[in-house]
Write a protein that binds this ligand. Structure first.
Ligand SMILES: C[S@@+](CC[C@H](N)C(=O)[O-])C[C@H]1O[C@@H](n2cnc3c(N)ncnc32)[C@H](O)[C@@H]1O
Length: 282
């Protein structure tokens, strides 16, 4: 069947009514009826699958995916993300959206979502075309971004200036735009001691890093450039290479080795909750 009748999948007037239930003052101009999205998701997905709508609009795709037990990612650059999508999805979760496919699928509410705002680019080019840290990033933003990229939980210490985050109880990260001299690194290495390890992300350093077995030293623009993809016209997502959910703490193997003999960058350790974690918050 290639003809989808409006008696089966709805039409734009249905969609306008569905959207009006969440925002009657500013009705989205091109909403789709929930039944249309339901038909598409029945054909193309299974429960638990991840549904991406990178042009979320009024949030119909996410609302329908949620009610149908699919996970979802919605991307929206317009202000209606706040005036339409978020209020709508909150009502879906709270079981306060009686419209659309709610009755047909027996939706009662539940689940959750995380909301992220895209920050400015961490790396920009200087007047000679060289990559530099974006001056819009203050020290805290930079530390938080580097924690995320390097797999550390952002947790700046009030007492110890070189602790900006941790990957385990003994593995830490220090982010600075300073040049690190050999003397500075020697002092840090002493303070870190043999039971702990520290990843230092700095703009430059001078020394042979192997003299400090408890330190790993990375240069920031280079470390960021290696972690991300840049300069493509096409950033197509390879669905088959989607990152797997990180292991839960219970699944982890105990690691009895001393801190400085473990992998120092925190790789392979429990990370910040990822977008693909099931536990949600609103
Ligand atoms: C026609 S609407 C999408 C309708 C929606 N997918 C649905 O099923 O009802 C297109 C949306 O894409 C958003 N948009 C356009 N360019 C975008 C971009 N580069 N990133 C994110 N959202 C974008 C617009 O603000 C608009 O809300």
């Amino acid at each position: 069947m290639t003809i989808w009748l409006h008696s089966e999948v709805g039409h734009n007037q249905d969609a306008k009514k569905e959207v009006k239930a969440f925002n009657s003052e500013d009705v989205f101009t091109t909403p789709k009826p929930e039944r249309l999205l339901e038909r598409i998701l029945i054909l193309a997905t299974n429960p638990g699958d991840l549904v991406l709508d990178s042009f979320l609009g009024s949030g119909t795709t996410a609302a329908v995916a949620h009610k149908m037990g699919r996970r979802w990612i919605g991307i929206e650059l317009g202000e209606h993300c706040h005036t339409h999508c978020i209020p709508r999805l909150r009502k879906v979760i709270d079981g306060e959206d009686p419209g659309g496919i709610t009755k047909a699928v027996g939706w009662k509410g539940g689940g959750g979502f995380r909301y992220y705002r895209l920050g400015p680019s961490l790396i920009v080019k200087d007047e000679w075309g060289n990559p530099i840290i974006n001056p819009e990033f203050n020290a805290a933003m930079l530390a938080e971004a580097m924690c995320k990229l390097e797999g550390f939980r952002y947790a700046p210490s009030e007492d110890i200036y070189w602790i900006h985050g941790k990957s385990t109880e003994t593995d830490f990260i220090y982010v600075t735009t300073q040049f690190m001299s050999k003397q500075m690194l020697a002092r840090l290495s002493d303070e870190v001691g043999s039971e702990r390890s520290l990843l230092i992300c700095c703009s430059a350093f001078r020394c042979d890093p192997s003299q400090f077995p408890n330190l790993t030293i990375k240069k920031i623009p280079k470390a960021v450039l290696q972690k991300c993809e840049w300069g493509h016209d096409d950033y197509s997502l390879e669905v088959k290479n989607l990152p797997a959910a990180p292991p839960t703490l219970e699944q982890e193997e105990p690691d009895d080795r001393p801190a400085n003999s473990r992998r120092k960058s925190g790789k392979g350790k429990p990370r910040q909750a990822s977008l693909f974690d099931m536990g949600g918050d609103q």
